[in-house]
Design a binder for this molecule. Structure first.
Ligand code: GUN
Ligand code: ZN
Length: 649
């Protein structure tokens, strides 16, 4: 019911199917109070282009008139909206008023009766200051109710929302997420977070989202219950949330508060709106201030909703372009408490954030603030260099201090490299990300980044020196440095070093040695850049101009396939799928039996059958955790097919 179409880390653009139509996520569900129609439905549909709404079934249930109308004309009739409608259950009222006068089965069956597209179970709202035992008990009750709901109603039309509770206890959130995920439902709200957002406890919120996602895995869609401020959308999407409900647009409007992605201002303090929404285009600030209370509330509600929807569009654009991290780092500057939440991301860097982060992006990464240095794509490369990299040549390492703007560095070191041609040495350059082997200076994000130098470089350099594989590091101080070196005939060229190191980084340790066993030649472009790698006359790898990584050509794939047994680099597909994939057609999630758990988004992979026959080369879209739970959509883009033998069994 949910298909990922585009992604960047945990963020995704997806299609979510409901009985009343498909919703493209991330999306906002404006909260409609059936008693109080602040923005006319026609406007919501036509001007705001709203795809999905949320309303509260408990409010309807308790009001005789509304209940009657809903039972007769359905929820779509009551709200005069034919698109997808989600209904909530009364849990929030229980949180506000202490209790509700309805049972879990009663309210769920009512939601089903009125034709809700997504019905919510009556979950137990875990409060931020709940004692651990209390929160635990509430999680148990919520999971019990979820199981019951699944038994009783999962055959009926429409989805059921299974909220994840657990207060601020990350282990409870994780456990609840896991149990809800195991129900194999199709909609997962993260609940109990409204009080945290109201008190700007964004670090707790970040921890909660991450731990819920850890338990739940990539299942979706994930809905962040009660998150209505555009300031946090980009962060929440980066953490893997797909849907938001907003009543804030209306609540804020009631007290004269005007929303912006950078924060909130009261209308009384505003002299210039700087907004192009229909309300702001047709009213001056003075006119807005002069409206009577009701008209002002309506006007500001429209502005607030417009701003929220526009922010979601920005987030989507950022997912497509690959610069969501940059957007988040800009937005969190809207409030110091929001900025603090990035500390949580820094600490999670070995967790799901880096597991889902793509191997590379098409776009260069930009420095926004100090925390930019902690993005997963940088950390991954730094860790690899520090812990896994082995210098490809024997002998000492020459360290070049370079201008971080002159990239790729090796092209500005032509003279130095020619002096060093006959000496067996490795090369290291200083970069904003710390020391990087020179042969990797075109690999993402070394060349594809605009970052200032940082003090951390020196610490990283000190740490690098401790590496066991390092012989001796000699700073380049001009030609006289040659005096301390001994010449060697077994010298590797920078191109050969690149093949070894980049293959080890991109594929796995040892791939570089295997892919350089033989006579190596290079095809270069007019500027002298390596385009293709030829081994014993066969084109094994191409260098991608935009990220310095390799595209695996068929002969290269065959070498790795022969040398390394399954599951290394493999995507294992059914025989039915293999026929299509060998003809160049893409790999779909439904037909993937298994895949190497180390393959990452955008990695080069080898498609094989369950008997490990070569089928194709491909580029990974969904990673293992995702193909395990999604049976819809693209899993990998096929590059080239191998000819399949006739006797496929
Ligand atoms: N609305 C805001 N928070 C919640 C929650 O935790 N559960 C439900 N069902 N609705 C909510
Ligand atoms: Zn406006």
């Amino acid at each position: 019911m949910f298909e990922i179409k585009k992604k960047d880390g945990l963020a995704r653009i997806g299609d979510f199917e409901t009985p009343s139509g498909t919703v493209e996520t991330p999306a906002i569900m404006p909260v409609i109070n059936p008693n109080l129609k602040l923005i006319p439905m026609e406007k919501l549909r036509n001007e705001f282009d709203i795809q999905i709404l949320i309303t509260n079934s408990y409010i309807i249930y308790r009001n005789e008139e509304l209940r009657k109308q809903a039972l007769e004309g359905g929820i779509h009739g009551l709200l005069d909206f034919q698109g997808p409608i989600m209904t909530d259950s009364g849990t929030f009222q229980a949180h506000v008023y202490g209790d509700v006068e309805v049972g879990p089965e009663e309210i769920l069956s009512f939601q089903k009766k009125i034709g809700s597209d997504i019905s919510t179970i009556l979950d137990e709202f875990t409060e931020p200051d709940d004692h651990r035992n209390v929160a635990n008990k509430k999680v148990e009750i919520t999971v019990e109710r979820a199981k019951k709901a699944k038994e009783m109603f999962s055959e009926e039309k429409g989805h059921i929302a299974y909220p994840i509770q657990g207060s601020v206890f990350t282990d409870l959130r994780k456990r609840c997420g896991k149990m809800m995920g195991e129900l194999n439902g199709d909609f997962y709200p993260i609940g109990g977070v409204v009080p945290l957002m109201e008190s700007y406890r964004f670090s707790d919120l970040t921890r909660i989202i991450l731990s819920s996602k850890q338990g739940l895995g990539p299942r979706g869609p994930v809905h962040l219950f009660g998150a209505g401020h555009p300031m946090i959308y980009s962060l929440a999407v980066l953490l893997g949330c797909d849907l938001f409900d907003s009543s804030s647009y209306a609540k804020y409007a009631k007290r004269g508060d005007v929303m912006f992605p950078e924060g909130t201002k009261n209308l009384s303090e505003i002299h210039h709106m700087g907004c192009e929404c229909p309300v702001c285009v047709s009213h001056t600030v003075q006119e807005l201030k002069g409206l009577d209370d009701k008209a002002k509330e309506r006007a500001l509600a429209q502005h607030n909703l417009w701003i929220s929807l526009r922010e979601i569009k920005k987030v989507k654009q950022a997912i497509i372009e690959g610069d969501l991290w940059e957007l988040v780092e800009r937005r969190v500057r809207g409030h110091p408490d929001l900025l603090e939440s990035l500390e949580v991301l820094k600490r999670n860097n070995h967790g799901i954030l880096s597991r889902f982060d793509p191997r590379s992006r098409r776009k260069a990464i930009f420095y926004i603030g100090r925390e930019s240095f902690h993005r997963p794509s940088i950390k991954r490369l730094q860790d690899w260099i520090r812990y896994d990299y082995s210098p490809p040549s024997k002998g000492p390492t020459i360290f070049f201090h370079v201008d971080e703007k002159k990239k790729p560095y090796h092209r500005h070191l032509k003279k130095e490299l020619s002096y060093l041609e006959e000496y067996a040495t490795n090369y290291l350059v200083s970069t904003p990300f710390g020391p990087v082997p020179l042969e990797m200076d075109e690999v993402y994000p070394v060349a594809q980044s605009i970052f200032p130098p940082s003090k951390k470089q020196e610490d990283l350099f000190e740490a690098y020196k401790e590496k066991e594989e390092i012989d001796e590091i000699i700073p380049w101080e001009g030609k006289e440095t040659l005096g301390s070196l001994s010449s060697s005939k077994a010298k590797l060229s920078l191109g050969e070093m690149m093949v070894k190191s980049v293959s080890d980084y991109q594929f796995f340790k040892g791939a570089g040695d295997i892919l350089s066993k033989g006579d190596m030649e290079f095809v270069k472009n007019r500027k002298g850049r390596i385009k293709n790698v030829i081994l014993d006359g066969e084109h094994i790898l191409s260098v991608r101009h935009y990220d310095g990584l390799f595209t695996l050509k068929k002969p290269g794939a065959r070498i790795l396939w022969e040398e390394f047994s399954t599951p290394e680099l493999r995507i294992i597909v059914t025989d039915d799928s293999a026929k299509f994939n060998s003809e160049g057609k893409n790999v779909f999630a439904k037909f993937v039996k298994d895949m190497d758990e180390r393959l990452m988004h955008r990695d080069e992979a080898i498609v094989v059958t369950q008997n490990d026959r070569l089928v194709a080369t491909a580029r990974v879209f969904l990673i293992r955790e995702e193909v395990e739970v999604f049976d819809k959509g693209l899993a990998a883009k096929t590059r080239e097919g191998f000819e399949l033998e006739q006797d496929m069994d």
